[in-house]
Design a protein around this ligand. Sequence first.
Ligand SMILES: Cc1cc2nc3c(=O)[nH]c(=O)nc-3n(C[C@H](O)[C@H](O)[C@H](O)COP(=O)(O)OP(=O)(O)OC[C@H]3O[C@@H](n4cnc5c(N)ncnc54)[C@H](O)[C@@H]3O)c2cc1C
Length: 277
Amino acid sequence: MAAEIENLKAMGVKIVNNVIVGKSITIDELFEEGYEAVFIGSGAGLPQFLHIPGENLMGVYSANELLTRTNLMKAYREDYDTPIKKFNKVAVVGAGNVAMDAARVAKRLGASEVHVVYRRGKNEMPARQEEVEHAEAEGIEFNMLNNPCAILGDESGHVIGLQCVRQELGAPDERGRRSPVPVEGSTWTLECDTVIIAIGTSPNPLIRSTTPGLTTTRKGGIDADDMAHTEKVAVFAGGDAVTGSATVIMAMGAGKNAAYWIDEYIRRVNGEPKAEE
Ligand SMILES: Cc1cc2nc3c(=O)[nH]c(=O)nc-3n(C[C@H](O)[C@H](O)[C@H](O)COP(=O)(O)OP(=O)(O)OC[C@H]3O[C@@H](n4cnc5c(N)ncnc54)[C@H](O)[C@@H]3O)c2cc1C
């Protein structure tokens, strides 16, 4: 990774740190500074929440916060500035690959019990089979067919439980997945001191809300065509910012594709010949 960054610098790429596009500077201001094209690759890092009571209690994390603090900020080390509090019993809401990552990290951080809570059944889990098997091998427990309806706290504002309603599977939805249907009178509480929400992320609205002329998809991604062109002249986009949360390999492909079309665009507006294939 460090070597790749050095390679880019050696090719003449200037890396400007600590800039939030949309706050420190806008895309239109970048054009005023003389940039001829802009590529947006800002990802889909905005965590989604359940919007249930108790999500502001102490001991509730998004999976992104937990994993960022653990993996990038060394929060597992007690001598660090922002250590993560000790877990004992953890509920992870969601059943995708990120939920499996979060559950296993919580276990490795010392939790005695980690429960994955998911409103559908095991067959409907979005996580890859091997991710589920690895989680099971590490002792993660699975509470399928349970929909969280509230996070409970004590008088000092710390999590003490996750209230859930049991579900059964009903008719398939438009994507063919059977929909969860609440079982009447089945509310129960999973005792826990930590709740990790891992129900997906979406593109942050900051750039699109500060860039007139950009349009967005129904899911909040930036509209871009196969040549990475957005609706705004000279602005290109790719990766999770366009597709929503996907994979590294897709984002790398999108970056490569966009680089080709940005080069083509700059040559065209400057009347230069096309690059050799
Ligand atoms: C916990 C987790 C585990 C994952 N595991 C896998 C896996 O095993 N395999 C896999 O293929 N994929 C995995 N993914 C998905 C993968 O990380 C993404 O699909 C991929 O990183 C998307 O690349 P990107 O370049 O589009 O965006 P990102 O990698 O998200 O990069 C976007 C960058 O833009 C920056 N940024 C955002 N907004 C602004 C702004 N306004 N101004 C300036 N900078 C900004 C962000 O800080 C970030 O550095 C995982 C994702 C998560 C969250």
